[in-house]
Design a protein around this ligand. Sequence first.
Ligand SMILES: [Zn+2]
Length: 256
Amino acid sequence: MEKLREGLWRLNDEADCTAYLVVGHNRAYMIDTGMGLPPLMPQIRSVTGLAVELLLTHAHPDHFAAAGEFDRVWLCEDDREILAGSEPLCRRFGVPLLRSERVRFFRDGEGFDAGGIRLEALQLPGHTPGSCAFGVPEWKELFTGDAIGSGDIVLMTLPGASSVSAYCSSLERFVRRTQIYADAEWRGGHCGQAGTPGTPSYNPPRMQIALDMIGLCKRLLDGRILGEAVEEPNAPGGRALRARWGTAGMVYTAVA
Ligand SMILES: [Zn+2]
């Protein structure tokens, strides 16, 4: 576990999935679990003895593989169907199923009190309908999962992903609600995809990517930018479109 600041740790696994541990005065929250990690609980116990609950940014198996280690697992209500339909992806990734009976569902805007700090759920439908970022206002830290991607591409091809036009509206609302995090580097769900810090190509999630993503959506919608066809194993038929604008990029299947 890599300590990022007092009360915050990061874990990167072999599959380039990133999980975070947020520790308050009386409770800890794990944000996602990754899927290539050794058991998490011994690592968590090496830094805190507090009760720890799991917050999932969305219902994709590469984020919940170790959910079985947690007594309390939280997921946005709007990803309930994605979770129920996740068996094919679980099989492909070799990840145990997460049964919805084991999950507590929260709604957009709900808060999680860790004592001294709290996490707020900020829903950004797109990658999945219930994709959420979790903000810690006291720290100005924002954990974005896959909601705007972790580097220069957001993936909008898996079952349940929004159209470009619906994603555009989600992003506009999200940007309005995340102004207090505007100057921070955001923490994505696959850290390695941002590239190497200190190099010119380093492109971590941050407000500028969200703003450029809105610009990209608008240009795709009015035809100023046309996507190029790419092979995409996650898309129906194995084909999708890819487009870029500024710091943002998207692989998608439906515009309207
Ligand atoms: Zn995902």
